[in-house]
Ligand binder design. Structure first.
Ligand code: C2E
Ligand code: CA
Ligand code: CA
Length: 408
């Protein structure tokens, strides 16, 4: 592994010369050659403006520009993306700065109380390498965010919108419980564009219902094909909060399921936590009707929004999907782990099936298993797959995964 770490460039920021030398010494021992340092935030920004680095170590207490300001500026100016946060202060403060940095779009490799230990640094740098690899492996490479509503309309007409499917597995035994359909736009010039770009565009331009109907039809057709092969697993589909306000949606969904010969009990609609905050009454009405028809309802991205336990208990949901920001790396973050554990408890008390999203490592998986979560989803098991790859994965990848875990 040393050889991979040696390729990285690292910037150490700390006002104390001794601490800087210590951290640089640790990096050198791990094989890092491209090493830089700065004694405060302003100097660090200067270094970053003149040359990009892979990983920035940030000490929170520095004169002139402290670590928190530095993190904000790096994120705003898009000067760096991966950080390791260090401080002599208490772990809760460090963890909360970590959460802030993530909300700003930075990739937090680790948050540590000083002194920085060699193992912690090595794990963080390896994480950077692993995560970069995962990113490269994802089938959607976003080449250009500049797409317009007109192009999206054409894409719909030209059938450029398709679906990838990510497996949802049981924590115990790694059985395939279902798949989540994730929209992909195969743009002829710009490559595969992620839904994070075009779903909000569709929502802003009044095209979301059209898009939803198009994708749902495609998803149901795939489910029908799998059923014909004798494969029966649940299909999860994301619904925009705007669709909950579309009063014809429920009837249309029922008709689609019937036309495709699909049992509503094998379909789950995923709704983000925040969709439940706005026009709660009409959203709850739609969800209640879907439940009555036999569909399942999942609350998505739980932990990123502001729904409280009472609001949660009013939603006729069957499943709670715990967001990646609570799941991933909980092992290294005691505070995050506490929130995760209490979220699992809450879901269990409300009789909801629990799903951990964004499980990326064995460490993540172990914590989730210890907490008694029901289902898992994440790159650690499988990235989202196009239908032909999904079938291959079900035939060979899945049993391989199980064998690997039996050995543990
Ligand atoms: P989501 O519903 O939370 O979907 C999970 C997202 O996490 C997917 O991103 C998936 O590729 C990604 N993911 C899965 N495992 C991992 C992991 O281990 N690590 C990391 N870092 N990421 C992981 P994707 O496909 O880019 O979708 C982004 C969002 O776009 C979805 O978030 C969902 O809110 C929305 N979306 C996707 N398809 C549709 C759709 O058909 N309709 C609507 N309304 N929204 C959609
Ligand atoms: Ca989802
Ligand atoms: Ca989610």
């Amino acid at each position: 592994m040393k050889s991979v770490i040696s390729e990285l460039s690292v910037l150490v920021t700390d006002d104390s010369l001794t601490q800087r030398q210590y951290a640089k010494g640790l990096c050198s021992e791990l094989g890092v050659k491209d090493l830089h340092d700065a004694a405060n935030g302003v100097d660090a920004l200067n270094v970053l403006e003149s040359r990009g680095v892979d990983v920035v170590l940030v000490d929170l207490e520095m004169p002139i520009m402290d670590g928190v300001e530095l993190i904000r500026s790096m994120a705003q100016k898009k000067l760096a993306s991966s950080v390791i946060i260090l401080s002599a202060k208490d772990p809760i403060l460090i963890a909360s700065v970590g959460t802030m940095a993530e909300a700003d779009g930075l990739h937090v490799l680790g948050t540590f109380q000083k002194p920085l230990l060699p193992d912690a640094l090595e794990c963080s740098l390896l994480r950077f390498i692993q995560d970069t690899k995962n990113k490269a492996a994802e089938p959607h490479v976003q080449q250009d965010n500049e797409v317009t509503a007109v192009e999206l309309g054409e894409a719909l007409a030209n059938n450029e919108l398709t679906l990838a499917f990510q497996p949802k597995l049981t924590v115990q035994g790694l059985m395939l419980k279902g798949v989540e359909a994730l929209a992909r736009w195969r743009h002829p010039q710009k490559g595969v564009i992620s839904p994070g770009v075009f779903i909000p565009l569709a929502e802003r331009h009044g095209m979301i219902d059209m898009l939803t109907r198009h994708l749902l039809q495609a998803a149901f057709q795939h489910k029908r094909t799998w059923q014909n092969y004798g494969l029966r697993f649940n299909l999860a589909f994301n619904l925009s909060p705007l669709s909950l306000a579309d009063s014809d949606m429920v009837e249309w969904l029922c008709k689609m399921a019937e036309d495709h010969g699909i049992a509503p009990s094998e379909i789950t609609f995923e709704i983000t936590e925040n969709a439940l905050l706005g026009e709660l009454a009409s959203a709850i009405q739609t969800l209640a009707r879907l439940r009555l028809k036999g569909f399942h309802i999942a609350i998505d991205d739980y932990g990123t929004g502001f729904a409280n336990a009472q609001q949660l208990s009013r939603v006729p949901a069957t499943e709670l999907k715990i967001d990646r920001s609570l799941v991933h790396r909980a092992a290294a973050r005691p505070q995050q782990r506490t929130i995760l554990a209490s979220t699992v408890d809450l879901a269990k008390n409300l009789n909801l099936t629990t799903v951990a999203e964004g499980v990326e490592t064995d460490e993540d998986y172990r914590i989730i298993a210890d907490l008694g979560v029901d289902l898992v989803q994440g790159y650690y098991f499988s990235k989202p797959l196009f239908p032909e790859d999904l079938l291959v994965w079900i035939k060979s990848g899945l049993s391989q995964l199980r064998r690997q875990h039996e050995k543990h």
